[in-house]
Design a protein around this ligand. Structure first.
Ligand SMILES: *Cc1c(COP(=O)(O)O)cnc(C)c1O
Ligand code: SF4
Length: 355
């Protein structure tokens, strides 16, 4: 049973002011912050002042299917006591996750068939995904990776050699995307080794990173990361993942500014999620906030039918309507492409806005 003691209520009250929390977490490095993440339903409800009577049972059943993980810098952006907070909804398991749903499957993208060699997934002609770690800094309830048995294991020396050989013999590939899990959950020693290996493959032009870490734990953008990024001869693109404007705070802006100064092009992808960002005002504000932080909106992903996440589902018709509304409000360059990943297609598939 979770007790709401006065001391804890006091601690929560200070959390509404982001400054001291950021000042405090800044003394720790990102790995410490990550290791001190909230990882149980008890901690999450207590930290955010949510009633265990209403939320514990559902949180526990979801947690058993896909464990809770929320680092402090992200927690600090959640409004305490508000069960409808759009950031909270992305991390708090609810009872509906355990309901079976016939149209929602565990591997909606059928990635098994695209594995080139251990750690390398290739679906599209010019780019390949390199899975450098199975770990993530945050466990997002809507994520299709919730069902993948990625584990934490690193690629062996032999696997790595196979990846390099496979890339060497595929001159059509000009871009490698570091993925995972979250590739920036790997340490900088490992990442800098990969970066050097990729540097030495002559036909590669770009190194892309798909990561939620610079947003979730901005302290991840440390000197070691900036060092190996700056050393690479490849053009660098970082695709962050933000679904709601409240995910971007001052410390995140600072981290993004440092990446930009290191020559990294910044893009964002979002997933359209019911109860989080399924209204055009929120999506417009997200684009504006991203642009102010130096990030261009890239993709808005139509929802994938992931088992355990049907409560986030937004219909294609609704998604199309939202993007059409964005087009009426924003300059064209701030409207992300509405896409879906369909098995066997040569690229992401744009949804037809005219239908
Ligand atoms: C999404 C994805 C990419 C990147 O696609 P872009 O349209 O270039 O962003 C590459 N490989 C795989 C397997 C993907 O799922
Ligand atoms: S892969 Fe991305 S969306 Fe999925 S749990 Fe990890 S950080 Fe969240």
């Amino acid at each position: 049973m979770i007790q709401r003691t006065p001391a804890r209520i006091e601690a929560r009250d200070t959390s509404t002011c982001p400054e001291p929390i950021n000042a405090k977490t800044d003394h720790r490095d990102w790995q410490q912050i990550l290791s001190q993440s909230v990882t149980t339903p008890e901690q999450l409800l207590e930290r955010l002042g949510l009633s265990p009577e209403a939320w514990y049972k559902g949180a526990l059943s979801g947690h058993r299917l896909f464990p809770i993980r929320v680092p402090e810098p992200y927690l600090a952006r959640i409004q305490p006591g508000n069960p409808d907070d759009p950031l909270l909804r992305q991390v708090l398991p609810v009872a509906r996750e355990s309901e079976a749903h016939p149209d929602f499957v565990t591997d909606p993208l059928q990635e098994d068939g695209a594995i080139q060699t251990t750690g390398l997934i290739r679906k599209y002609t010019s780019r390949a995904l390199l899975m450098v770690t199975g770990q993530c800094a945050i466990n997002c309830r809507y994520c299709f990776r919730r069902h993948f048995p990625y584990g934490d294991h690193k690629l062996s020396q032999n696997d790595r050699q196979q990846v390099v050989e496979s890339l060497m013999s595929s001159p059509e590939i000009n871009e490698v995307i570091l993925s995972g899990g979250d590739p920036l959950a790997a340490n900088d020693r490992l990442l800098s080794q990969w970066s050097s290996l990729l540097d030495s493959i002559p036909h590669l032009r770009r190194l892309r990173i798909h990561s939620r870490l610079p947003v979730v734990i901005p302290q991840r953008v440390c000197n070691n990361l900036l060092d190996w990024l700056s050393r690479s001869r490849l053009q660098k693109v970082l695709v962050i993942h933000v679904n709601h404007p409240a995910e971007i705070d001052q410390r995140t802006r600072e981290a993004l500014r440092q990446l930009s100064a290191a020559g990294v092009t910044l893009l964002n992808q979002s997933v359209i999620l019911r109860g989080v960002n399924d209204d055009s005002a929120t999506l417009c504000e997200l684009s504006e906030t991203l642009f102010e932080a130096g990030v261009m909106p890239y993709y808005l992903h139509a929802f994938d039918p992931v088992s355990g996440a049907h409560h986030f589902h937004v219909s294609d018709d609704k998604a199309i309507q939202l993007v059409n509304n964005m087009l009426k409000t924003l300059p064209g360059f701030l409207v992300p492409k509405l896409v879906r990943e369909l098995p066997g297609q040569p690229s992401k598939t744009p949804l037809n806005l005219g239908s």
